[in-house]
Design a protein around this ligand. Sequence first.
Ligand SMILES: *Cc1c(COP(=O)(O)O)cnc(C)c1O
Length: 368
Amino acid sequence: MLTLSRPNIPSTALPAMGDVLDSGMLVYGKQGLAFEAALKDFLGAKHVFLVSSGTAALHLSYLALGLERDDWVIVPDFTFPATSSAAHFANLRPFAVDVDPTTYTLDPDALEAALDNWSEDRRPRAIMVVHEFGAAAKMTHIREIARRHDLTVLEDAACAIGALDDNGLIGADSLAASFSFHPRKTLTTGEGGAIATNDDAMAQRIDRLRNHGIVRGPNGVDFPEAGLNYRLTDFQAALGLAQLPELSGWIETRRALARVYAEALAPLAKAGRITLPKALPGHSWQTHMIVLADGIDRAQVIAAMAERGYQCGLGAQSVTDLGLVKHHGPITVGPRLYHQGLALPFCESYTVEELRGCAEALCGVLGA
Ligand SMILES: *Cc1c(COP(=O)(O)O)cnc(C)c1O
């Protein structure tokens, strides 16, 4: 079975992890510091903090904003639910806005409309933009809208390490960009994540909150505020550090493989059976999701593809369709992507022939 994806662990990772186990420093040791420094270098960010998951990164960035209880934060409808659930656990109220049908990211016009028609008890304070599947949201436009409406912009870049927006690498110039190192992501530490920030005050709060609120002073450790334990272990950091030098090459390969799918699936797109994702130049292609035309039964397609040796699945969720998040007016694109989106097997270690085989199988299943 060609699975949806496969973690790609370089041979250098195992001895590095063994060294950590031998060292006795399993948390906050040399590998953690080295991975943090390497990520900072790679992203060109002022600060990077390793944490235990992408969800932990999101939770900390919401908490570090210091908003008031029940403040509203805008999220895109189509995402992994952790984007809005983490807001919930920071005592904030998420509010969903629809997304674009071919990039799957927040639609600036829908954002503008939601803000113009806002009718809640208080104005929204922040927006969590999602770079879904490694496709950058339209940051210049979104930041401009956010400035006019006095919204703070955070980024859920869980899928988007190494992806570029219209200003460069995502996370290079962020108030807080959250990354995930879950096995389904391009770089993985098993579980894990990181936050990149260019804001010194955010950095200080994030660094404390991930480590019990501890501050080190002349008298040892002090606890000026409550905190959490969202630290990453050092053997996980060694795993991430071993992959980081490969990342840019992997993303280049993914961009080339996305072109293979685009070409091999063109007949299906032309026949109106599927819609292809937009190939943004800075896309990192963490997931390759197409959208089936209305009326095609996705469960049947997934079963037929599995019979042919290809694991397909759904891409991400609609948080309003799930009933998790409030919205005004109709939200139509997110739910369609949730119900008709089809993630195809995709990974830098897959060959052109494997992907062509998958595309051929799909053409057979969908009859084109
Ligand atoms: C994977 C993902 C998360 C959650 O990351 P974890 O490391 O699994 O906690 C959050 N948001 C998005 C958009 C994701 O794709």
